[in-house]
Design a protein around this ligand. Structure first.
Ligand SMILES: Cc1ncc(C[n+]2csc(CCOP(=O)(O)OP(=O)(O)O)c2C)c(N)n1
Ligand code: SF4
Ligand SMILES: [Mg+2]
Length: 431
């Protein structure tokens, strides 16, 4: 049963208000506009594709490729491993891509991208850049060896893994990135340890860091401005770069299509998916948790974890919570001493400023050197004072997590989905 929690007209009024940092807001100052809110955006992945409604991979890929295209001044070549992204966007002889795009095999996108980069080098072409993309299966499993080779040779490629935590295109089989206890077609919810095994998993961002490549970052589709920023930053560098993006899949996760972004946000806010950057093998920044939730808050809306609640498996939930707690400690994800980078950044590395809010000097803790370099790389403005962003409404799943405060009316930083409705989690797709 669906139940509207607030009059839709009221929510609509707030959606694009001045002061909101919703990534599509066109009313913010020009230098804060995201690529996607720019009418002249590259529009790399256009209409006509066949992705499921609410597909996180589509959203992520569109932002990644548009940002990469803009950073490369339109001179970009994409290589795409087999997987949902390739299948739903390129039913031969049609394509939704608006850039030179090459379909590789399931397991060799990094090698093909290396070849393209080598060919460009041989032709003396120093302006065309290379982007490789693959799903988690194509990246952490079958393409893993080729990817490690690409890292080890420091080939001039930005590789982006769209992690939906299983082999979705072929019917939701587990991958090396599937979380413990998750139900997939090959890890059924039966026996004393239902769902996927508790193992080490394959943490490819950390493995990439072990190669000491110039840039490694994680991101999610819950913070698209951060995703654009990281792509732009990666494109300002040469050599092997790796971006790992969490992209929830309504079909495989058993979630409601309208809640994809919120699910990704819960993954970061409980600590299970840490968002950070690393340069030359060293973590340089992590996105702080703004409104902490328990792992249970993240698991409950997902049918792939439904067996943990009927009957309740507190022992399994506790083990998953321990994984999140370990991430929080490892990446220093809780705010406090403000030694990291908890705030949204514009493409130029600026910190967001509410137009009516205070302005002034650069705050402590802001890397003005890196920000200025990014500003210069993107031709955008100077660093502005950062504005605490904690007031923003981040967890609009139609219900507030226990103990959390709802955003208040009139809050200038409120970012709300006009169609937010409270829906009991009984309508997600069957696996
Ligand atoms: C060598 C080989 N084995 C298996 C397949 C079948 N296959 C195509 S896509 C895919 C799964 C892709 O999973 P992932 O990389 O995670 O991408 P997703 O579809 O989840 O986005 C599989 C198994 C193939 N195309 N080639
Ligand atoms: S199965 Fe999942 S990843 Fe594939 S198109 Fe559908 S929502 Fe996207
Ligand atoms: Mg996948």
């Amino acid at each position: 049963m669906s139940q509207v929690t607030a009059p839709l007209t009221e929510n609509r009024r707030k959606f694009y208000q001045v002061g909101s940092f919703a990534v599509g807001n066109r009313l913010v100052p020009l230098d804060l506009l995201s690529f996607q809110s720019d009418a002249d955006r590259p529009n790399a992945l256009t209409s006509g594709h066949r992705a499921c409604q609410g597909c996180g991979e589509t959203l992520g890929a569109r932002y990644v490729v548009d940002a990469a295209l803009a950073a490369a001044d339109g001179q970009l070549f994409a290589v795409n491993a087999t997987g949902c992204l390739e299948v739903f966007s390129t039913p031969y002889p049609e394509t939704s891509w608006q850039l030179p795009w090459l379909h590789s095999l399931f397991g060799n996108a990094p090698a093909v991208a290396t070849g393209v980069a080598a060919a460009l080098k041989a032709r003396g072409d120093t302006t065309t850049r290379v982007l490789a993309q693959g799903g988690d299966g194509g990246t952490v499993d079958i393409g893993f060896g080729a990817l490690s080779g690409m890292f080890e040779r420091n080939d001039d490629v930005l590789y982006v893994c769209y992690d939906n935590e299983a082999y979705m295109n072929t019917g939701v089989q587990r991958s090396g990135a599937t979380p413990p206890a998750a139900r997939t077609a090959t890890t059924q919810a039966v026996g004393p340890e239902p769902g996927n095994v508790f193992g080490q998993g394959k943490d490819v961002p950390r493995i990439a860091m072990a190669h000491d490549i110039p840039y490694v970052a994680t991101a999610t589709i819950a913070d698209l401005r951060d995703l654009e920023y990281k792509v732009t930053k990666a494109m300002s560098m040469r050599g092997a770069r790796y971006l790992h993006v969490l992209v929830p899949c309504p079909l495989g996760w058993g979630t409601i299509s309208g809640e994809t972004v919120q699910i990704a946000r819960l993954a970061t806010q409980c600590g299970l998916f840490p968002v950070y950057e690393a340069e030359n093998g060293v973590v340089t920044a992590s996105s702080k948790i703004r409104q902490r939730v328990s792992v249970e808050d993240y698991l409950k809306p997902q049918r792939r974890f439904a067996h943990l609640f009927k009957p309740r498996r507190q022992d399994v939930i506790d083990r998953l919570q321990a994984m999140a707690d370990r991430n929080i400690e490892r990446y220093d994800l809780l705010t406090g001493d403000d030694d990291g980078d908890p705030l949204p950044r514009t493409l130029a590395g600026q910190y967001a400023t509410v137009p009516s809010g205070p302005t002034g000097e650069t705050p402590e803790g802001v890397d003005t050197g890196a920000a200025a370099a990014m500003a210069s790389a993107t031709g955008q403005g100077e660093l502005s004072r950062k504005k605490p962003f904690e007031e923003a409404a981040h967890l609009q799943l139609g219900r507030a997590p226990a103990g959390s405060a709802r955003p208040t009316e009139g809050d200038p930083a409120v970012v709300e989905n006009p169609d937010t409705v409270a829906i009991e989690n009984t309508e997600g797709p069957e696996q």
